[in-house]
Design a protein around this ligand. Structure first.
Ligand code: BGC
Length: 517
């Protein structure tokens, strides 16, 4: 009898649980529909662009990006050591990528996980190799193309302690050794390689503004313990470019043939537009472009720094020997473009600039910045809607602008938009409101990209930054670019509404728009 009563109670409990589950699922579904409807209402008629998968060429990759240090490890509270424990949850993350219908996943290899110490020890950590092997195999099994960034900001501390990291030419051979280790183990399956993520931005935030470790700078850029903001960024980039060239040569000679892979680099690629119609400001906008993305890409396509830089810089701009120019010329198969925003540019050669209104305008009147003051405001009005990142504004036309610039300057070399994403201002407590904005952001940026493609730009893929909220460098966990949220207690992955749009767009070939039909 007792047994019977407890069985009935048990049945009742599980029915109740099921009912609750159903209510929860219905509620999630209804709330997502409401958000989509709400977002439709928010967009003005002019902004209602329907963007479809078929607006992009056949075989165009749609993917999401992460980097090792930002997602990999386990929580401790203060650094990327927290991150999202991707190291243990990568299978779940791959299932997520698959369920969204994404066809590519861009991730980086943690240098110290694979090579915990310097080249001279020849120590390869097999556990690290196994981890990346498993990621690659499981992606391929699900038809997802791995895009591997070899270096995305993190290297073993020993390289910093022994010779000062990228400020030393010794770093070039260390990088080549790391790259070769990656090629040796993974080039039989990985087809898309990027050597270094954003050398230009890394040099700026590390050696010019002193915001990233080892935090080196000099006034007026900041007050660091040591550094030289006018010179060190140039040296660091020079070493990164040569490291890239050497790794690419090795790849092409020994590994490319394995799966006929391709190799490129990713650069931070802001779009700049003149603050006024004056000729000087128009020239300043061109200079800003040359001192930013072209600083990286001219050497890798044409074999030397941009003429715009050489015109002003003297001996502080390192020079390439003729063998080095040969090594670098044509050393990319594609350009990876990380594009987040557009800024106004104002000339500081012929007119006076106020250069201390934010950490990013300090030093605008210096040569290292190309004597260009960049700002997101004109007459008190922002260039686009502000986001969580002070220098990123929502300016969708900038996507078409930067892609066209690349197309013209580099004779339409193949491109991938390797990062584009939205971080909400505030803490995303009001998830729905932020979700609508994120949906809107990707919709409009994709539409602008589609326009560039229609005009003939050879763009072959688009990657959302980021698959999930993660460790946003000096902003910690406050800025959230992810299309998945991470529950801080459980580290569970929770889809934001944008995920439903991605799914509809990719799997059901529905337009990426905010109307529910
Ligand atoms: C970097 C990412 C970063 C993102 C957003 C890019 O410059 O590659 O690591 O999280 O911008 O700030």
């Amino acid at each position: 009898m007792e047994k019977h009563v407890s069985a009935v109670a048990e049945r009742g409990r599980s029915q109740k649980q099921k009912r609750m589950e159903n209510i929860k699922i219905t509620w999630v579904f209804v709330s997502h529909c409401l958000i989509l409807l709400l977002s439709a209402a928010i967009l003005s008629a002019e902004e209602q662009v329907d963007i479809r998968r078929s607006d992009f060429p056949h075989g165009f990759f749609f993917g999401a990006s992460t980097s090792a240090y930002q997602v990999c490890n386990i929580a401790d509270g203060t650094s990327g050591d927290i991150a999202n424990d991707h190291y243990h949850r990568y299978m779940e993350d791959i299932e997520i990528i698959h369920s969204l219908g994404l066809t590519a996943y861009r991730f980086s290899i943690s240098w110290s996980r694979v090579l915990p110490s310097m080249r001279e020890t020849w120590w390869v950590n097999q556990a690290g190799i196994n981890f990346y092997n498993s990621i690659i195999d499981n992606l391929l099994l699900r038809g997802i193309q791995p895009f591997v960034t070899i270096f995305h900001n993190d290297y073993p501390q020993e390289l910093e302690d022994r010779f000062g990291g990228w400020l030393s030419s010794l770093m070039q051979e260390e990088f080549v050794h790391f790259a070769e280790t990656c090629f040796k183990h993974f080039a039989d399956r990985v087809k898309y390689w990027m050597t270094i993520n954003e050398p230009n931005l890394l040099a700026e935030v590390t050696y010019e503004r002193g915001l990233f470790p080892p935090a080196r700078c000099s006034p007026p850029f900041g007050h660091c313990a040591s550094g030289n903001s006018d010179v060190e960024p140039l040296i660091a980039v020079h070493n990164m470019l040569l490291a890239h060239g050497k790794a690419v040569k090795l790849y092409r000679e020994q590994y490319k043939s394995k799966v006929n892979g391709v190799i490129g680099i990713t650069v931070c690629a802001y779009m700049y537009t003149a603050l006024t119609d004056f000729k000087d400001d128009k020239e300043a906008a061109n200079r800003a472009l040359a001192f930013n993305a072209a600083w990286m890409l001219d050497p890798l396509v044409f074999g030397d720094y941009p003429p715009e830089m050489k015109r002003y810089h003297g001996s502080e701009l390192p020079s390439f020997s003729s063998e080095e120019r040969e090594l670098l010329r044509d050393s990319i198969d594609f350009m990876g473009i990380n594009h987040y925003g557009t800024l106004y540019a104002k000339d500081c050669i012929h007119s006076h600039c106020i250069c201390n209104d934010s950490v990013y305008t300090l030093g605008s009147d210096r040569l290292i910045r190309g004597f260009v003051y960049t700002t997101g405001e004109r007459n008190g009005f922002p260039i686009g809607e502000p986001t969580g990142m002070s220098q990123f504004f929502v300016v969708p036309r900038g996507m078409e602008g930067i892609v066209n610039y690349m197309k013209e300057r580099y004779h339409n070399k193949p491109m991938f938009v390797t990062e584009n994403g939205y971080s909400s201002p505030g803490n995303e407590d009001d998830i729905y409101q932020h979700d609508v904005k994120r949906i809107h952001y990707h919709q409009l940026y994709l539409a602008s990209l589609a326009q560039a493609v229609r005009n003939g730009a050879d763009v072959r893929g688009y990657f959302i930054w980021s698959l999930m909220d993660n460790f946003e460098w000096s902003s910690g966990y406050a800025l959230k670019f992810g299309i998945y949220r991470i529950d801080p207690q459980t580290l569970n992955r929770i889809p934001k509404t944008v995920c439903y749009l991605v799914q509809r767009f990719l799997e059901q070939f529905q337009p990426w728009c905010c109307r529910i039909v």
